[in-house]
Design a protein around this ligand. Structure first.
Ligand code: PRX
Length: 638
């Protein structure tokens, strides 16, 4: 496969960028014409950020799986589409060629249809990182069902919330999942979630761990039995449903500053074009390269750069079930050598955690196949950047620091590997089609270079979110109402003298823990469910490995018989049960009161400073209802 729209020099980047701003419709329609459309679009772009309405390639008809699979069969049918590395290195790996992937997706598409799933139905997918997860995602897309993948680390309560919000009547899961030395009983978690979701009609369960599960008669079926039924029916065809470019492709839930996660909606046409365009250009993918993105498909990174971006480009994508540190800290490097990986795309938190194991696990490996390295999810500190550059890339692999969000569908700001220069800890320049703007609190543009502000985008790009599921007003207020006519990212940002962008972190009440977004309000709600808790306030603090850690200040009135340590563990456990282990507070400090203004608002700024250890920079506290409480909190800092 060739990519006529792949930018190959800095000059080409400048020219493409200019064209994308001067003639955006022509720019994107040229790119989109490289895909397979059943019917061309009527209009490239219609938009109004005030509502917001965003339509790309409207009237165009397509199916994304024809672009990700069918169109490659003739030339790439026998080439690997997915390489799967299991959690346990002793277990056999699997390779699915494009032909095999096609057969599996068609087969499972028919399973979905046999189970009553139709175009527009929402299907929740809660699985470990097995090839069947990608197959399930693609099978949904093939028949026009809307997938909503929920990361395998979320709790029963989180799944129930998402199922209810998406009104999803169908679930695909596994008996269990392996993650390092842990076995996660996925089906049993689903069973707990479904107690609150009587509207779920069908649960398809894949066998992976052979963990004992209970199957509810009439509701739960085994993946393998259903596949056999399709085989017996002799049905080897599953025509791809014709979708409008603006039909929903998937919902993916993400945290915001309110207590309830939002269902970010992406549509078929624009998302496909943008995931592919950004993949081909940022990573400079060359046919035959092996691309290894270490994210989980439960996050947007996995959607765009394990599944849709690579497959739409006819690439070989590596799917890894395990974790970087099990059985030892050389796991990534084993995989790189075993499959001659050319591009490694991971999170700063993983790099920092592996740095902690020293160089021994790295030096045992060749790593000579690597050409490009990437990072995503959080700011990368310079120390980690240099470690990655020197020890993994051996100073010959460009590092792309890719800034983007669940809402953006694909990378918006990044250097292009070997084409535009990298700068440690800077995401650098916007991709063609992306028009960033920095604004101050009043929404006034901050012009020039060597400045900082809140990062907004002033023009639509094909991969942007269209709505938040079931609540368009929420989409408007969250992203389009803070500043007039701008998409607000929620991130603070600095633009250096050369115009390079550096993301400095969230400016709202959202934490970024190990590259995962967690709303402080969500964690507070979970903490407050503990019977002994009166009130709580959660803030982030710098954490060596996770980037940000979770610090909770809690007013606790538990029973005198339990000691503080037990109570704190119990509260952490509550959060884990309500949201999932990723949201567990790292520190819980019991306090007798919280710093509040006279109108009762918690002064988080003060708590943040205390958690960060900057107790001498608290600023004016005289306006507080009870200034004495600050002294007590400072003295009790963990
Ligand atoms: O704060 C930014 C940070 O992660 C947020 C988006 O999180 P999520 O939707 O979960 O998507 C993560 C993967 C795309 C952003 O608002 N972020 C993401 N990438 C970077 C980053 N911060 C700094 N540098 C990055 N490269």
């Amino acid at each position: 496969m060739s990519y006529p729209y792949q930018i190959r020099s800095a000059e080409q980047y400048q020219a493409a960028y200019k064209k994308s701003v001067d003639h955006p419709e022509e720019f994107w329609s040229d790119i989109a014409s490289n895909f397979q459309w059943r019917k061309p679009w009527d209009k490239v772009l219609e938009w109004d950020f005030k509502k917001p309405t965003i339509k790309w390639f409207n009237g165009g008809k397509l199916n994304i799986t024809e672009n990700c699979i069918d169109r490659h069969l003739e030339k790439l049918g026998n080439k690997p589409a997915i390489i799967w590395e299991p959690n346990d290195p002793e277990e056999y790996h699997r390779v699915l060629t494009y032909r095999e992937l096609y057969n599996k997706v068609v087969q499972f598409g028919n399973v979905l249809k046999n189970n009553g799933i139709k175009k527009g139905d929402r299907v929740c997918i809660y699985m470990g990182m097995v090839p069947e997860l990608a197959i399930a995602v693609l099978a949904c897309a093939r028949i026009g069902a809307i997938h909503s993948v929920v990361f395998g680390g979320f709790s029963a309560q989180s799944i129930a919330d998402r199922l209810q919000d998406a009104k999803a009547e169908f679930v695909i899961t596994c008996d269990g999942a392996y993650r390092g030395n842990k076995e996660i009983p996925l089906k049993s978690v689903i069973d707990d979630a479904l107690v609150q979701c009587p509207f779920v009609k069908r649960v398809v369960v894949l066998t992976r761990t052979r963990t004992a599960v209970s199957m509810l008669k009439g509701r739960d079926v085994w993946w393998e039995d259903e596949v056999k039924k399709v085989e017996t029916q002799g049905n080897h065809d599953c025509p791809a449903e014709e979708m409008d470019a603006e039909d929903m492709l998937f919902i993916l839930y993400t945290s915001g500053s309110t207590g309830k996660p939002k269902g970010v909606v992406h549509t078929c046409g624009g998302y496909m074009v943008y995931a592919n365009y950004s993949f081909v250009n940022v990573f400079q993918y060359q046919p035959g390269d092996v691309f290894f993105c270490t994210a989980d498909i439960g996050w947007i990174t996995g959607h765009s750069y394990i599944v849709y971006g690579p497959l739409s480009a006819g690439a070989t994508t590596l799917l890894f079930e395990g974790v970087p540190t099990w059985p030892d800290a050389g796991r990534f490097w084993d995989i790189v050598d075993k499959y001659k990986v050319n591009t490694l795309y991971t999170a700063p938190t993983a790099i920092r955690s592996l740095m902690g194991f020293g160089l021994e696990p790295v030096q045992k490996h060749d790593l000579g196949s690597l050409k490009v390295l990437g990072t995503v999810g959080e700011p990368i500190n310079e120390e980690a950047w240099h470690w990655y550059d020197e020890n993994i890339g051996k100073k010959k692999c460009p590092i792309v620091d890719t800034w983007w969000q669940t809402e953006t569908g694909g990378v918006l700001i990044s250097n292009m590997a070997g084409i535009t220069p990298a700068k440690p800890s800077f995401a650098t320049l916007p991709l063609p089609g992306v028009q960033p703007i920095l604004v101050d609190e009043n929404g006034k543009e901050v012009v020039g270079n060597g400045v900082s502000g809140n990062l907004c985008i002033k023009f639509p790009w094909p991969g942007m979110l269209r709505t938040t599921y079931g609540d368009h007003e929420r989409c408007r207020t969250n992203y389009f109402a803070t500043y007039d006519n701008l998409y607000f990212t929620g991130d603070g940002c600095l633009r250096d003298e050369e115009g390079n962008y550096r993301i400095t972190g969230r400016v709202d009440d959202v934490l970024n823990v190990s590259g995962h977004r967690i709303g402080t309000a969500e964690v507070e709600n979970a903490i407050n469910m503990h019977t002994g808790v009166v009130e709580s306030a959660v803030v982030g603090y710098p954490h060596d490995i996770k980037g940000q850690g979770i610090y909770a200040f809690v007013i606790y009135q538990g029973h005198g018989d339990s000691d503080d340590k037990m109570a704190r563990q119990d509260i952490a456990q509550t959060v884990s049960r309500i949201i999932g282990p990723i949201a567990k507070p790292d520190k819980i400090q019991f306090v007798s009161g919280l710093p509040k203004t006279r109108s009762g608002k918690i002064m988080r700024r003060i708590l943040r400073k205390i958690a960060e250890g900057e107790t001498d920079k608290l600023g004016d506290i005289s306006t507080l209802l009870d200034p004495a409480v600050v002294e007590e909190i400072k003295n009790g800092k963990l």
